[in-house]
Design a protein around this ligand. Sequence first.
Ligand code: NDP
Length: 377
Amino acid sequence: MLPTSWAEVRALAALVPTPTLAATGIFFAWLVFQALLQTVLPGKRVEGQALADGSRLRYRMNGLLAFGVTYLVLAGGVLAGWWPATLAYDHFGPLLVVANLFAFGMAVLLFVHAKLGHTAGQATGKPLVDFFLGAGLNPRLGSFDLKLFFEARPGLIGWTVIVCSLAAAQLEQTGNLSTPMLLVVAFQFVYVLDYFVFEEAILTTLDVMHDGFGWMLCWGDVVWVPFVYCLQAYYLLVQPVSLPPIATAGIVSLNLAGFVLFRWSNLQKHTFRRDPDQPIWGQAPAVIATRNGAGLLVSGFWGIARHLNYTGDLMMALAWGLACGLGSPLPYFYFVYFTLLLVHRERRDHKRCAARYGRAWQAYTRRVRWRFVPGVY
Ligand code: NDP
């Protein structure tokens, strides 16, 4: 129900945590620490996909090392007594507000940066659309790629840190870690670790290749991913859940199957884009030629359905919800939201590919009819 008086508005506003000095310090220290790691750690140099003008940006892939160093430093700090393992949980509300303020401010800076012509972009000329979707494609400060940084470092690593902190809070409050909490922490930690192991694959995703860097990606990376994707762990801290061994086995199997499908299909496309002659499942890849050179893969998972990578991701999302039992719809929020996001994303991508590849895309969609699940959707 909407508030009907100023008193009710004030009561609602009072529920919003106040940004504290401590949370502001933690947030900016985290940001600077991650930026330093991206800047100074060694890593393989790779080229991104060709841009509209044919040029390619170079990226340094040191995410896995940054992830490892982050955990060494955090664990070292806990052992030395410099900060508690529950730090992120202790400051959760104020941190969420600080992250929001930062994301909005950063989006304004990105908008101004693009408008001043510092980045090749895709401005529509409509200020609100450009602010929301991003007028610049790959804004950089020198060789520091802002999109790659925000896509992966503070938010994605931050998500795992918050989840570990929630687990530490459960350990502190109850004296042990529940099986559901262990499952959720392990699943999500492995999901992020996997991202860094195959970090290069980010260069052939929609976000990096086609989406502008504006409010949507910035807020999503800095606020939504770390503070909403930890919902299951937060739920398990507040609401103890126990699982029978058979349910645990089923959930682990679902997560594993989803993971294999997600990772393998993403790798097939990534490898194909890098080296179109690499065999897939022991055979030369079947390809539909396109007018602009980049063929469409019809072998492997990409010949079974158009987005089995999304299907695998959704299977994992469901497993994370199921790990929290069936007592509340709340832990399933991520699965429902993610399904909507990926259905919408696939439609958006379909439109873009239809415009880009014309007849070749029509031939591909005739040959590979199903979007997510053969025979279902
Ligand atoms: P994809 O990696 O599926 O990339 C789509 C692009 O791949 C298309 O635009 C096209 O690009 C190319 N492509 C499509 N079909 C073919 C084909 N048959 N052969 C060759 N190239 C093809 O999509 P996303 O970037 O959306 O997703 C990447 C992963 O990230 C997914 O697993 C997804 O689940 C995950 N993800 C996770 C999110 C989260 O919040 N956890 C959010 C979003 C995504 P081109 O024009 O270059 O040919």
